[in-house]
Design a protein around this ligand. Structure first.
Ligand code: CO
Length: 211
């Protein structure tokens, strides 16, 4: 059998032992239920592990990850996670966390054809189109790529605000902050993009639902 694969199971046993050594009831407590205050929407990239980079323990973050941390309005998976997080778990914060060096965002800057994934990447291309004037004006390719990552996060924050799930929560007075972050793989630091939404005021009028 593959050595790396077997090591994963071994690591699990060691992790359980270390947790129980700290607190014999650790898993018993976790098994009783969850009430995480945060929903994380991040990239599937293996270098951006949600819990680890923010020092969160099991039970503290509800996590949804996909390629390029997208909020696609017809994605039943994302909508179901968001609905459960907002309406059942009553999370107070939703964090969209993008990252520099994101392969999905990079692919969206080109005309590269990969396969089925082209259709997912297309949503990121829409972000480029919305911000084409700003992005095309950046001559340095790395700087343009970095800015595209930031703008993609900004648009996903807005896209969360456009959902009926989030607008309904705000309408009934539920505390719900939607934040945009960018993680820098080269130094491990997160930069809060300061694009937080706490109500529908920053949405274009056409997206505001009469609730
Ligand atoms: Co990525």
């Amino acid at each position: 059998m593959n050595k790396f694969y077997n090591q994963l199971l071994e690591n699990n046993k060691n992790w359980v032992a270390s947790k129980i050594a700290e607190d014999p009831n650790y898993f018993k407590k976790l098994s009783l239920g969850q009430s995480p205050p945060v929903l994380w929407i991040g990239c599937a990239d293996s270098r951006v592990p949600a819990n680890e980079i923010i020092g969160a323990e099991p039970g503290e973050v509800f996590v949804h990850r996909n390629i390029a941390n997208m909020v696609v309005h017809s994605d039943m998976n994302m909508l179901s996670v968001l609905d459960y997080a907002v309406n059942v778990l009553k999370v107070k914060h939703v964090i969209v966390c993008g990252h520099y060096g994101c392969g999905g965002v990079q692919a969206a800057m080109t005309n590269m054809h990969i396969g089925l994934i082209d259709n997912w990447i297309r949503h990121i291309k829409d972000v480029y189109r919305f911000h084409r004037d700003e992005l095309d004006a950046i001559s340095d390719e790395t700087s343009r790529f970095n800015r595209f990552v930031e703008l993609n996060v900004f648009e996903q924050v807005l896209d969360l605000g456009k959902t009926s799930i989030v607008q309904t929560a705000w309408e009934r007075g539920q505390e719900l902050h939607i934040h945009g972050w960018v993680y820098d793989i080269s130094n491990g630091l997160v930069v809060d993009q300061k694009v937080t939404l706490t109500d529908n005021n920053k949405l274009a009028d056409i997206y505001k639902l009469d609730l």
